[in-house]
Design a protein around this ligand. Structure first.
Ligand SMILES: [Ca+2]
Ligand SMILES: [Ca+2]
Length: 399
C-alpha cells in the first residue's frame, strides 16, 4: 500500500512539474482514490490518499529581538519550510499588535508604525498552493529608543533637538580659545537627564503668534525675537507649557512687556518649557566637542558676529549647526539662561542651577554686533533681567 501511495505521489509530482499552477489544480485532489490514516489537517479533498502533504513546520523570529521605536520590525524565516512534494513555498505575513490586527501584510513593519509599549507578533503561513502550515514568532515589545544627540522633534509647534545626558568639562578647556575674564573656571559638569533644546533661537513669528505682540527692534518674522526681558521670555515659555498641559516653570504676574516672572525652585524638576540653565546651555553648545564656537573652531562657519558687518540679527538657521543640530548657539543674538550669575569653582557638579540669589542673570552666546570672542562656547556674560537689548533673545528647552 505504501508503495502504491508512493507511486501515486510520484505520478502527481510529475504532473506538477510544470510548476505551482499545475499543482494547484483541484484535479490533484480528486484524482486520489483511497482513504488514508495519514490524512493531515489542512489537506483539502475528500479523505483520500492525500498525496499532497502540507508544507513542513518552520520557524520565524522578529529582528531585532529587543526593538526600539526607532527600529523597523522584520519577520525572518529562520528555518524555511519545505513541501513534501517539492512545490515552491509561498509565505504570507500577518502581524498582530496588542492582540489586534496590525494591518501589515509584508515581512516588515516600519518604525513609524510602532509605538513604545506595543507588543507585536508575526504570524507566517507557508503555502504549497493548496495546504498551509503556520508559524508564529515570539512576541517583541517596543522599547524606548536611547537618546540620540541631534534627533529632531516638533514640540509646541517648533523644532527641537535631543541633547542627551552627559558629563563634560565646562569653562576654559583646551579648545575653548582665549578665555575671558569672567570666571570660565574649568570644572566637570554632569547633566543627568536628556533634554529637548530649541533647534533655533525663538523667532519673532513664533513669539508674536503666541503672545500677540512683537517686542523686537529689527522686525522680521524669520529673525530671532529680541529686545525682551527675562520675564517676557519666561511668560512665553509658560504660554507654551499651558498649551501643552505641562508644568509652568515660572510664576508670573502681569502681562505683556511689564510681566514679572520668577523661576520655580528646581528647573530640572519642571516638565514645562523653560530657559536652559547656564550649564545646560554650554553642554548643548559643545555637544561633546571641544571647539571654540558651537560647532566649529572657525567663528564665521557658525556664528553671526561683528565679522559680517551686519546691522541687525539674521534669519535663524542660516549658518552651520553644531553636532547636536543646533543653530546659532554662538552668535546672532545672546540668549537668556535661567541662572543667577554666580562664581564657578573647580568642584564637579551635577545639574547645577547657578547662584542661589542675585541681581543679574547669565546670558550666553554673543551676538551679531560683538567680536567673535563673545560668541565662544565658554564665554560668560550677564544682565539685569528687567532690562532688554536688541541683541538679546531666547531659546527654550523642555524634557
Ligand atoms: Ca504539499
Ligand atoms: Ca545665539
Amino acid at each position: 500500500m505504501r508503495l502504491a501511495l508512493l507511486g501515486t505521489t510520484l505520478t502527481l509530482l510529475a504532473a506538477c512539474s510544470g510548476g505551482k499552477t499545475a499543482c494547484d489544480s483541484p484535479s490533484v485532489d480528486t484524482t486520489a482514490s483511497d482513504s488514508q490514516a495519514d490524512s493531515q489537517p489542512g489537506d483539502s479533498g475528500t479523505g483520500d490518499s492525500v498525496t499532497n502533504q502540507p508544507p513542513a513546520a518552520f520557524d520565524v523570529a522578529i529582528s531585532p529581538a529587543a526593538p526600539t521605536d526607532r527600529d523597523d520590525l522584520i519577520c525572518n524565516i529562520v528555518t524555511p519550510s519545505t513541501d513534501p512534494e517539492g512545490v515552491a513555498i509561498t509565505y504570507a505575513y500577518t502581524w498582530v499588535v496588542n492582540g489586534l490586527d496590525g494591518g501589515v501584510t509584508t515581512d516588515t513593519v516600519p518604525a513609524a508604525s510602532t509605538t513604545v509599549g506595543d507588543v507585536w507578533t508575526c504570524g507566517v503561513t507557508a503555502s504549497d498552493g493548496v495546504n498551509t502550515t503556520e508559524a508564529v514568532s515570539a512576541a517583541v515589545t517596543i522599547l524606548v529608543a536611547p537618546c540620540l544627540n541631534g534627533e529632531t522633534e516638533t514640540l509646541g509647534g517648533a523644532s527641537y533637538v535631543h541633547v542627551c545626558a552627559s558629563t563634560f568639562d565646562m569653562g576654559c578647556t583646551a579648545g575653548a580659545g582665549t578665555c575671558g575674564p569672567f570666571g570660565e573656571t574649568v570644572h566637570t559638569v554632569t547633566l543627568s537627564a536628556d533634554r529637548w533644546v530649541g533647534q533655533y533661537e525663538v523667532t519673532q513669528a513664533e513669539f508674536s503668534a503666541v503672545m500677540g505682540y512683537n517686542p523686537s527692534f529689527a522686525v522680521d518674522d524669520s529673525y530671532p525675537v529680541e529686545n525682551l526681558t527675562f520675564s517676557e521670555g519666561a511668560a512665553y515659555a509658560n504660554a507654551l507649557s499651558a498649551a501643552d498641559a505641562l508644568d509652568a516653570c515660572y510664576t508670573c504676574a502681569g502681562s505683556g512687556s511689564t510681566v514679572a516672572c520668577e523661576p520655580v525652585a528646581d528647573p530640572y524638576a519642571c516638565g514645562g518649557y523653560r530657559f536652559l540653565t547656564e550649564a545646560e546651555w554650554e553642554g548643548a553648545a559643545r555637544c561633546g566637542e571641544d571647539l571654540e564656537w558651537s560647532g566649529s573652531a572657525t567663528a564665521d562657519d557658525v556664528a553671526w558676529t561683528q565679522d559680517f558687518g551686519a546691522t541687525s540679527e539674521e534669519t535663524v538657521g542660516l549658518l552651520a549647526p553644531n553636532a547636536c543640530n543646533l543653530y546659532d548657539m554662538s552668535g546672532n543674538v545672546w540668549e537668556w539662561t535661567g541662572d543667577w550669575y554666580g562664581t564657578i569653582t573647580t568642584d564637579p557638579v551635577t545639574d547645577p542651577v547657578g547662584a542661589d540669589t542675585g541681581t543679574i542673570r547669565t546670558i550666553r552666546g554673543g551676538d551679531w554686533s560683538h567680536y567673535p570672542s563673545y560668541a565662544r562656547v565658554a564665554y560668560r556674560a550677564s544682565l539685569d533681567p528687567t532690562l532688554k537689548q536688541t541683541m538679546l533673545g531666547i531659546r527654550l528647552s523642555r524634557r
